[in-house]
Design a protein around this ligand. Structure first.
Ligand code: AMP
Length: 360
């Protein structure tokens, strides 16, 4: 039995990958009706002891797992990835310092504890800068772009009250890419090709797998990812998000888990990120990360499209997360197989069906 912190769509897809390998999953989440509740029991935190008694191996599908609970499972030797990785991923300052210590190029940054620090940050790293809460931000939440000195006060009053902050130099990137790696219990390492991510309003809209023109950059990026995973004694899937700039790749952040930009791998790789995560945490040999066909993954936000319209499109695969519809909520995704360019007419057809009309 595999116990997973969190019970969202990532948990659902992990459990779907675990079942053919002979594993069932249970989940820990105070919301006991999330997508993963379709495939396994969800325990609230008040039943943590029972959750622990049920599982043989523990893992997670969201990085803000409470560290005290994670530590208890680590002490029993069953948590993969471990608390060391979670500490880094839960705090943007620790994350940035880890990048620097490992010689992984990253955005210039400044630690902010009071409003005066923001003024100092603007002097040190220049404007514009992106001010972020060090903890708990996701999908672009907990961020404020300071364009001029006049914005500093507003940034502080919006973000400064509840959390320490980090100010980052605004990166003039040409594109955003991510690299997903997997490391087994014995240190075996593999990674997927770089993929290209497009965001709208801070939320991932769609991903091209593989990213075009990656020959010059994939080797260095993979070496950095491997170094990072070794440093963290990492077991499982880890995602490194990067900005591509004229000066090369800059690390933005890590996610210590399977990632939205890897969903294409269910149809488009020999072994998906979900199966590889399960293989890694259960001590099985890793599967091939080779891409089998170029794919585009498109998130479904807010409202489900009519399945019949979508499935008329050749090569379109629908993944419905069984979540209720809500503005800007990720409620499903589509993988379009054998698609490599934005001018593929099938993408236009998909755009016409999706209410939020992604800009391909
Ligand atoms: P994050 O939560 O750090 O992944 O940020 C969400 C999105 O905001 C990223 O995918 C970028 O599009 C944008 N962003 C974050 N940090 C920066 C930065 N330092 N410079 C420019 N854009 C950024």
């Amino acid at each position: 039995m595999i116990g997973i912190f969190g019970s969202g769509q990532l948990g659902l897809m992990l459990a779907e990958a675990a079942r053919p390998l002979g594993f069932e999953c249970v989940f820990l989440d105070n919301n006991t009706t999330g997508p993963a509740s379709l495939v396994g029991k969800v325990y609230p935190e008040s039943e943590f002891e029972t959750f622990c008694e049920t599982l043989d191996v523990a893992s997670l599908e969201f990085e803000n797992t409470p560290l005290d609970l994670a530590q208890q499972l680590e002490d029993r030797g069953v948590l993969f990835p471990g608390v060391k990785a979670l500490r880094v991923a839960q705090d943007r300052l620790i994350e940035k310092r880890t990048f620097l210590a490992l010689d992984i190029p990253t955005t210039g940054f400044y630690e902010v504890q009071c409003s005066d620090d923001l003024i100092q940050a603007a002097k040190e790293i220049g404007l514009p800068m992106v001010v972020k809460t060090t903890r708990g931000g996701y999908d672009g939440k907990g961020q404020y772009v300071v364009k001029t000195a006049h914005d500093i006060e507003a940034a502080w009053s919006e973000l400064g009250a509840n959390s320490p902050l980090i100010a980052e130099a605004f990166v003039d990137f040409s594109r955003e890419v991510s690299l997903i790696g997997v490391r087994g219990r014995t240190g075996e390492f593999a990674s997927y090709p770089l993929v290209e991510n497009h965001h709208a309003g801070g939320i991932l809209s769609h991903t091209y797998a593989p990213a075009s023109n990656q020959d010059q950059i994939i080797e260095a990026a993979t070496a950095k990812l491997k170094t990072l995973m070794e440093h963290l004694d990492y077991v499982g899937v880890l995602t490194l998000e990067l900005f591509e700039t004229a000066e090369g790749l800059l690390a933005n952040e890590i996610a210590p888990r399977v990632h939205n930009s890897g969903h294409w791998s269910i149809e488009g790789a020999v072994c998906s990120q979900f199966e590889n995560h399960i293989r890694a945490v259960t001590g099985l040999p890793l599967g091939s990360t080779q891409i089998t066909e170029p794919s585009v993954m498109i998130n479904i936000l807010s409202k489900y499209p009519p399945a019949a319209d979508l499935l008329k499109i050749k090569g379109a695969h629908l993944h419905h997360y069984h979540k209720s519809e809500r503005a800007d909520r990720k409620i499903g995704h589509i993988t379009l197989s054998n698609c490599e360019t934005p001018d593929d007419p099938r993408l236009l057809a998909i755009k016409g069906i999706l209410p939020h009309a992604p800009s391909f």
